[in-house]
Each structure stands twice: as structure tokens, then as C-alpha cells.
Design a protein around this ligand. Structure first.
Ligand SMILES: Cc1cc2nc3c(=O)[nH]c(=O)nc-3n(C[C@H](O)[C@H](O)[C@H](O)COP(=O)(O)OP(=O)(O)OC[C@H]3O[C@@H](n4cnc5c(N)ncnc54)[C@H](O)[C@@H]3O)c2cc1C
Length: 228
């Protein structure tokens, strides 16, 4: 997939998996989720490998808009309604902590990181956006309501989160992948008895993370049938 991020970007390449291996942990999928999990595990001293079917960052991660924000549409008013204030606050704080953790790492990497406000707007429903800003303020974060949006967008109301960020996702990923044990062109065909099998090898691990969108093992939840 050719995107604005893949233009003029040279990815690091990794060899395919060959032969039988054993690791403490295995991550299936080398996108933003898989690489960040492998980074955390490796930094914590866990011997971990990543198996990627294609190339690192070539999945959804290559097509992201790369806004690093705790803002997700008008989610917070729905969270408060469905789960109450405490759970909504916990969700907000977990997201703010994630933004902070990414910013902390990104600032020291070559990934074009910039601290920017994030903005969510509605062309028609200003009241909903005002409610969202108020809800987030009540949860403890200084969201700002405004009735104008940049770039001449028609705007009935918008919510702005200060101190969020943006970066080049593939540059960030490339830096985060440095030093990890990664195998590309190594699609996992099946997982059985804590062993993942590719066409040319296998990895047995105590823990296996599915960071490839779908837990395709025929186990609990019968997910493979849902996927079919
Ligand atoms: C248009 C768009 C805009 C977005 N904007 C934002 C945004 O602004 N901010 C934000 O935070 N998020 C945004 N997102 C969401 C974000 O981009 C994704 O949540 C994130 O990139 C997903 O990462 P991932 O690692 O889960 O998936 P992917 O990047 O798709 O990685 C999964 C990897 O698993 C591999 N894989 C699949 N099957 C196997 C297998 N059997 N064996 C081995 N490997 C396998 C794939 O090849 C792939 O590389 C956006 C998404 C889209 C589509």
C-alpha cells in the first residue's frame, strides 16, 4: 500500500524465520501494536520474537493519520452514560498516560514528532460537542469548546484537547523496532500447543500475543468461525 508515509521512506528489512526456535514470548504481527508490545517485553528482559507476514508497518499502520491523542470522537459522554464517571475517568487517564509515554519516547527519536492540539468537530451538532467538552472537563482534563475550526471547515462546534501530538508513524516504528528480533515474510499459518508455524519454521513460546487483528487459533470463542 502506497501512502504519504511510505513515500521517501526506507524501511529496515528483516530475514524470514527459518527452522525451529524457542522463545519466552512471541508476537504475531509487526504493526504499531506488535512492535510496541515487543519493545516493552524486550526492554523488560523477556526474550521475544516478532513474526510478520509481510513487512514491518505495512498493514493498517502504513495508512494511519497518526494523531496521537486521548480524544476519540465524542466517546467520553457515552462512557460516562454507560459505565459511570469513575470508569470513564480511568479510561481517560489511561489514554493520557499512553499519549505521555509515546511523546516521551518519540521526542528523542527521529520521527518528526510535534506536540499539537487535537480537534474533533461537528458540522451540525454543536450541542453534542459542547456536552463532550464539559464531560471531559468534569473528568479532570482541560478540553476546550470552540465554535470555529481551522481550514474553513463548516463547524457547529468543536472540542480541542491541548498537548496531544503527531508523528511520522513509520519512522517512529522503525526506531522502536531497533534491536528487536523480527522475522518478515513469515506468515503464521497455525498455532498449536504454544507453537506458531510459518512455511519455513516454527517458534515455541510460553506466551503468544496476537497483534495481527484476529486470534485465528481454533480455540476459545470460536473466532476462526466468526472470521470465516
Ligand atoms: C485511515 C485510518 C486513520 C487512522 N488514524 C489514526 C489516528 O490518527 N490515530 C490513531 O491512534 N490511530 C489511528 N488509526 C488506527 C491505527 O492506525 C491502527 O489502530 C494501528 O495502526 C493498528 O496497528 P496494528 O499493529 O494493530 O495493525 P497493523 O498495522 O495492520 O499490523 C498488523 C500486522 O499483522 C500482520 N499479520 C496479519 N496476519 C498475520 C499472520 N498470520 N502472521 C504474521 N503476521 C500477520 C500484518 O501483515 C500487519 O503488518 C487509523 C486507522 C486508519 C485505517
Amino acid at each position: 500500500m502506497d501512502t504519504i508515509w511510505t513515500r521517501d521512506f526506507s524501511a529496515q528489512s528483516y530475514p524470514p524465520l527459518m527452522g525451529e526456535q524457542e522463545r519466552e514470548a512471541l508476537v504475531i504481527g509487526g504493526g504499531m501494536a506488535g512492535i510496541l508490545i515487543a519493545r516493552e517485553l524486550t526492554d523488560a528482559g523477556v526474550r521475544c520474537a516478532v513474526l510478520e507476514a509481510n513487512r514491518v508497518g505495512s498493514g493498517v499502520t502504513a495508512g494511519t493519520t497518526a494523531v496521537v491523542s486521548a480524544q476519540h470522537a465524542t466517546l467520553y459522554q457515552d462512557l460516562v452514560k454507560s459505565f459511570g464517571t469513575e470508569k470513564a475517568r480511568g479510561y481517560l487517564n489511561a489514554n493520557l498516560e499512553a499519549v505521555r509515554a509515546i511523546a516521551e519516547r518519540a521526542k528523542s527519536l527521529e520521527c518528526d514528532y510535534e506536540e499539537r492540539p487535537s480537534l474533533m468537530w461537528s458540522a451540525t451538532d454543536g450541542a453534542k460537542m459542547r456536552r463532550e467538552a464539559h464531560t471531559v472537563q468534569e473528568l479532570g482534563f482541560p478540553a476546550v469548546f470552540t465554535d470555529t475550526a481551522p481550514m474553513g471547515i463548516r463547524c457547529a462546534g468543536a472540542v480541542m484537547f491541548p498537548g496531544m501530538g503527531q508523528f511520522h508513524p513509520l519512522k517512529f516504528l522503525r526506531a522502536m523496532a531497533e534491536g528487536l528480533e523480527i522475522y518478515e515474510l513469515s506468515a503464521v499459518r497455525k498455532v498449536k500447543n504454544m507453537t506458531a508455524y510459518t512455511d519455513a519454521g516454527s517458534v515455541r513460546a510460553k506466551s503468544i500475543v496476537f497483534a495481527c487483528h484476529f486470534p485465528f487459533m481454533d480455540r476459545r470463542g470460536l473466532y476462526f468461525m466468526k472470521m470465516h
